[in-house]
Design a protein around this ligand. Structure first.
Ligand code: C5P
Length: 224
């Protein structure tokens, strides 16, 4: 039985989030924003006063954390609710992204989140967004996409995205932060950021969202 699964992996700011929403909407499928899980975990650790390198305590937290996802009717985005509080805005800060990538290095944390992520699969299908969706979490997915773009492009997009959400941002700091996070994600020993075998690689640096979407849909139609 081939599952209706599309994985979209890539570095932060590559346009994954937007493309994931658009593909899911077009197909009427569900979404997994796996980065949000790591971001909530980072925030949860900070709120519980656990240093980000305390592997055992963070793993416990990952196993037990009380997190749900709700649809924001206004934006159409899925937002996490942690311990009863909507943290949709809090997880989007750059600090939360850095914290996420620090807890994401810990192998036992990744293990603890595996089943939770696989549980997101529902009929009629799932579009899963992350770093290791095609390599580790859903290796059986029939359609795998790897979306990338230059660090400069991604910093600029993140800048505009944060501004539009009313979050303050500094271009230079964002670029440094993106490069630091790329380095951590690409060089970690467990589930490093690499294209899955057979993934369709799209460099979105010089493409509009609609152009990326057109290429992705062509690929998906051919694979499913
Ligand atoms: O995609 P997003 O920027 O929200 O992810 C935040 C961080 O969470 C990433 O930099 C990465 O370290 C981690 N992450 C991961 N595996 C995933 C999704 C996110 O390690 N599948």
């Amino acid at each position: 039985l081939t599952k209706n699964l599309i994985t979209i992996d890539g570095p932060s700011g590559s346009g994954k989030g937007t493309i994931t929403l658009m593909v899911a909407e077009k197909l009427g499928w569900h979404i997994l924003d796996s980065g949000a899980l790591y971001r909530v975990l980072g925030i949860a650790a900070q709120r519980h006063g656990i240093p980000l390198d305390q592997q055992e305590q963070i793993t416990q937290l990952a196993r037990n954390m009380d997190i749900q996802f709700v649809l924001n009717e206004k934006s159409g985005e899925i937002e996490p609710v942690f311990e009863g509080e909507n943290v949709g805005l809090d997880i989007r800060t750059d600090e939360a992204g850095q914290a996420a990538s620090q807890v994401a290095i810990i192998p036992s944390v990744r293990d603890a989140l595996l089943a939770r992520q696989r549980d997101f699969y529902r009929e009629p299908g799932l579009v899963a967004d992350g770093r290791d969706m095609g390599t580790i979490v859903f290796p059986e997915a029939p359609a795998k996409i790897f979306l990338t773009a230059s660090a400069e492009c991604r910093a600029e997009r993140r800048y505009n995205q944060l501004k539009s959400k009313g979050v303050s941002a500094n271009m230079r700091a964002l670029l440094d932060s993106i490069k630091a996070r790329d380095e951590r994600d690409r060089t970690r020993s467990v589930a490093p950021l690499v294209p899955a075998e057979g993934a369709f690689v799209v460099d979105s640096s010089n493409l509009t969202i609609d152009q990326v979407m057109a290429q992705v849909i062509d690929f998906v139609v051919e694979k499913l």
